[in-house]
Design a binder for this molecule. Structure first.
Ligand code: AMP
Length: 287
């Protein structure tokens, strides 16, 4: 069922809660792919009812980013959700979420601001204010849907860590379930932004997962020095790749590592043309 208003979602959820049913929420920006689908399937399996939100959240985009051209495919998204057993697709307008005239204006909106230590590094360095926008919208969605469980992908690992911190610090009664990254067979992590890539760009984009998998292999072979591990990346890079960061950080609190261990996440962001791609790997995922 496709719903556009907060009042209607609230009404439905109230009925479910009256019947003692558990509710799962999968927040998305739409253009759904198999990565989103894996989160949805987890929610449908775990919860009595599942709500998928489809909302391109304007306040998490920085000036000059791709807000206007972000892919919007609501009909296909709704079909994917229905086929997967989702109960509500919640697709509000920006006006429904933020009110008239207040969109993109800090003056009229109460924000949730994550701790700087978590939000000022990695993606937060180039996307200033991005995680304020993410925390604000997710907090709003939690208040609207009041889910028992909320499902987020490890694809956006920094986001996941920040949201877990928000839930803990603000005593929000929801359990966050983290879900592994879904990749194409080639290794490329699925992303709605992959739609921007030409076939040529797509093969260049494999550099992210190649670098991460190679670091994982080196770690498996006993190399733990972060400088040595970082250096293995350079042979993969060419003039078409503009590396934004390659960093080794703790999986729980994002502390920087000089020596990698089983709780280390390797984060990478790079641009191919105008398309900014991110990926990460947890070194303990060794088998
Ligand atoms: P987005 O629509 O990009 O905001 O993503 C919505 C949710 O889907 C976030 O929790 C993402 O981390 C998750 N997600 C996106 N791509 C993937 C993927 N390839 N594997 C797993 N989760 C993903």
């Amino acid at each position: 069922m496709l719903i556009h208003t907060i009042a209607e979602v609230r009404e439905k959820v109230r009925e479910w809660k009256r019947d003692g049913l558990t509710v799962g929420l999968v927040p998305t920006m739409g253009a759904l792919h198999d990565g989103h689908k894996s989160l949805i399937e987890k929610s449908v399996a775990k919860c009595d009812k599942t709500v998928v939100s489809v909302f391109v959240n304007p306040i998490q985009f920085c000036p000059g980013e791709d807000l206007d051209k972000y892919p919007r495919t609501l009909d296909a998204d709704e079909k994917l959700c229905t086929d997967a057993g989702v109960d509500i697709v919640f697709s509000p307008s920006a006006k429904e979420m933020y009110g008239e005239g207040h969109i993109m204006s800090n003056d009229f909106l109460t924000y949730v601001i994550p701790p700087y230590f978590y939000a000022d590094k990695l993606c937060g360095k180039s996307r200033v204010g991005h995680f304020d926008g993410v925390c604000t919208v997710v907090n709003k969605l939690f208040n609207i849907v009041q889910p028992d469980f909320a499902f987020f992908g490890e694809k956006d690992r920094q986001q996941l860590i920040i949201l877990k911190k928000m839930v803990k610090d603000l005593n929000i009664p929801v359990e966050i379930i983290s879900c592994p990254i879904v990749r194409e067979e080639s290794g490329l992590a699925l992303s709605s932004r992959n739609k921007y890539l030409s076939e040529d760009d797509k093969s260049e984009a494999l550099v992210l997962s190649k670098i991460l998998f190679n670091i994982q292999a080196c770690y498996k072979n006993g190399i733990t020095d972060v400088r040595a591990l970082s250096e293995t990346a350079y042979s993969y890079l060419n003039e078409r790749h503009s590396l934004e960061y390659l960093e080794f950080r703790d999986a729980d609190d994002l502390e920087e590592k000089t020596n990698a261990d089983d709780n280390t996440v390797v984060f990478i962001a790079l641009k191919i043309g105008n398309v900014r791609l991110i990926d990460n790997i947890t070194l303990r995922n060794l088998c």
